[in-house]
Design a binder for this molecule. Structure first.
Ligand code: WTA
Length: 659
């Protein structure tokens, strides 16, 4: 278990829900802790009744017969029901007379003083999604076929996702920052025959060559039949004559009438690849009914969304991650609060990009990651102070534990000490928020994600599944099924059971170490596996190791996380060179290896520190002594980051008994 768990943070400041929030928000869905406790108890006491009531607020083409069938680890929710997630996001609003309400606000990367802004109403969205869905059908995509989407943050990305949902084709969105290799692995695993991409994406004034990356990937993907290409940057791209189609030609020519397919509640809605301890990224499977109900319900509660009250919700995540799926698209649109997407980067053209967006669109809800908050702190208070942030009502964070210092800065400087902060703990696998404050009810403590969401039976246990007393570090588990829980890892049943269901029998093991304090609040202490959380993005240390070993100079590599001021966790790599390269250990080779990893996986995986070593420290049974390497990387054993070859064997011998 990670040594982080033993460190107990002392934090006693408590922030009650603010009067400002209560009076400005209109309706407070959960107004106090008594209401929270009563509702949480009710949701766990009779989950079928609770979720049945929630689900009745959605459109079903065919009603379900049973709310839940649970044969651990297999859950089926809203059994026998038929619905469509796209219908509930889009068509339902149009049919209810809200077709002219704004569904999506989009801001492009500013190329001139005035940024490009697009607002799509539900009616416009319905038309665009229908055309895109018809385009997919015309390309031979059928219900159940996985469509891969590799695009920048443009409205057409949300449109593409919804178009897939409309026809029952599960989507697999790949983050636009990933390299061609990542596309190859994911497309092969999903057996996807169609890819949707852009000619490029804008980022800090540069064009990310998305189409060229797809072309490179396709040299190893003979099964890909079609690539649909959106023109965004206007840069020259190569179009394969039979395979590639322009979005404006293909989608533009379609009818805007495309009925939503009635799919089974358990029909897969999407695959989303995420990193694990071993092997290649795994395709997490989410299904339609449960995911749709849970994400919309939790978005409503966690952010206290109220339609037609002028709320504007801005989540800074990319749609390539689960946060974008759940809390830009699927959880937001059913709540009829405009969701704002932006293209580009937080520090381009200047470091006040987000605050300019908040001011321009009168954003009421702002949701970002702790790593971003630490960058804002570093860039200085002058940037937010230049803007009118008075529209803000709720602030959120996600992706990694937030350090109290960053929490306090967020609270004071962005929230003017009057906006509740919701520190939302969840995972790709959980689909939606599992532990989070509710802004009108939960007193918050900087650094704690506080209490479980309704329907979530979270606990801290030991390996035998016994609940641990307060302030004792243990495994974070969920003991009862919930609607948006992952249904599996695509094509790998054994890995699904091994990863989540075998460590503590009958319970979902999240992979995080945590403790509860005296008031029952949860404190996440960090991953207990070989997953590292770099700037809130999940990476498997093994993926980085494989990338390093694929370089001709490298014989062996061990990657561990190390504390990093901005990223939370940085990547430290210990590398053994082949005999022909022993004399190359030095700064140029370090840089080359860093670039090599960025090229193989994507820039987010570029190691922050590389150290060359003659031998990796191993136990007698041959296991790499990761704890020793973590200590060295974090400066606990030695401060120097030398460029020469190091010999850890003595240190390893001394420490062997610890591992
Ligand atoms: C971490 C992101 C502490 C945790 C939604 C989890 C957090 C992993 C928090 C999932 C939080 C996420 N406080 N840690 N509020 N939110 N994490 O799948 O380690 O990209 O297991 O999902 O991020 O990352 P993922």
């Amino acid at each position: 278990m990670s040594d982080a768990i033993t460190s107990v943070l002392q934090e006693n400041r408590v922030f009650e829900p603010s009067e400002h929030f209560r009076t400005s928000i209109g309706t407070v869905h959960v107004p106090n802790m008594d209401a929270y406790r009563a509702e949480h108890a009710r949701s766990l006491g009779d989950p079928s009744k609770y979720w049945g009531e929630v689900a009745r607020g959605f459109h079903w083409m065919h009603p379900w017969q049973r709310v839940l069938e649970w044969n651990a680890p297999d859950a089926r929710w809203f059994v026998g029901g038929q619905t469509n997630a796209c219908f509930n996001c889009v068509d339902r609003q149009v049919e209810a007379g809200f077709g002219d309400d704004v569904a999506i606000i989009w801001e492009g990367e500013p190329c001139s003083p005035e940024p490009e802004v697009r607002r799509l109403t539900y009616r416009e969205l319905q038309r665009e999604v229908s055309r895109t869905a018809n385009a997919l059908l015309s390309m031979g995509v059928k219900c159940g076929d996985v469509v891969t989407i590799y695009m920048g943050m443009v409205p057409e990305l949300a449109i593409a996702v919804l178009a897939c949902a409309r026809i029952g084709a599960p989507h697999s969105v790949i983050f636009g920052g990933f390299a061609p290799n990542a596309i190859v692995d994911r497309v092969l695993d999903a057996q996807s025959k169609v890819i949707i991409t852009c000619d490029g994406a804008w980022r800090r004034g540069q064009v990310v060559p998305l189409k060229a990356n797809v072309d490179e990937a396709c040299t190893r993907l003979p099964e890909v039949r079609h690539v649909l290409v959106l023109r965004r940057t206007g840069r020259e791209v190569t179009m394969h004559p039979t395979r590639d189609l322009w979005w404006h030609e293909c989608v533009g020519a379609q009818s805007d009438d495309c009925p939503c397919a009635a799919v089974d509640s358990e029909h897969p809605l999407f695959l989303l690849y995420t990193s694990g301890s071993t092997g290649k990224p795994k395709g997490i499977v989410h299904t339609t009914g449960g995911y749709m109900v849970f994400t919309a319900h939790t978005a409503r509660l966690t952010f206290n969304l109220v339609p037609a009250r002028g709320q504007v919700y801005f989540c800074t995540a990319d749609l390539g991650w689960i946060t974008g799926h759940s809390y830009i698209v699927y959880g937001l649109l059913p709540n009829r609060v405009p969701t704002l997407m932006y293209e580009g980067a937080p520090n381009f053209p200047a470091e006040d990009r987000f605050w300019a967006i908040v001011e321009r669109h009168r954003v009421t809800h702002f949701y970002t990651a702790p790593t971003a908050i630490r960058s804002f702190m570093k860039w200085g208070d002058a940037h937010p102070q230049r803007h009118d942030l008075s529209s803000l009502l709720v602030l959120g964070t996600v992706g990694e534990p937030i350090n109290p210092e960053a929490w306090m800065w967020y609270h004071r400087t962005i929230g003017s000490s009057r906006c509740p902060i919701v520190d939302t703990m969840w995972q790709t696998e959980t689909g939606g928020h599992i532990i989070t404050p509710l802004p009108g009810a939960t007193p918050t403590v900087p650094g704690s994600c506080t209490l479980p969401m309704f329907g979530i039976d979270a606990a801290i246990v030991n390996e035998r599944g016994e609940e641990l007393p307060a302030n004792t570090g243990g495994l974070l588990v969920i003991r009862k099924p919930w609607p948006s829980m992952l249904r599996g890892i695509h094509g790998d049943r054994a890995r699904f059971i091994e990863t989540y269901w075998s460590k503590v029998p009958g319970m979902y093991v999240a992979g995080d170490g945590a403790r509860r304090d005296d008031r029952g609040y949860f404190w996440i202490m960090g991953r207990i596996d070989d997953v590292i959380n770099v700037s809130g993005h999940r990476l498997g240390t093994m993926e980085v190791e494989s990338a390093l070993v694929s370089h001709p100079a490298v014989v062996e590599a061990a990657v561990v996380g190390m504390p990093h001021e901005i990223k939370g966790t940085g990547i430290a790599a210990f590398v053994t060179l082949g005999p022909d390269f022993a004399n190359s250990a030095g700064a140029p080779l370090k840089r080359e290896l860093q670039e090599h990893v960025a090229h193989e996986i994507g820039a987010i995986a570029r190691p922050d520190m590389i150290r060359f070593t003659t031998l990796l420290p191993k136990t007698r049974s041959g296991k790499i002594m990761r704890r020793l390497l973590r200590d060295i990387a974090s400066g606990r054993e030695s401060r120097q980051d030398t460029t020469t070859l190091e010999d850890f064997s003595v240190l390893a011998k001394l420490r062997e008994s610890d591992e």
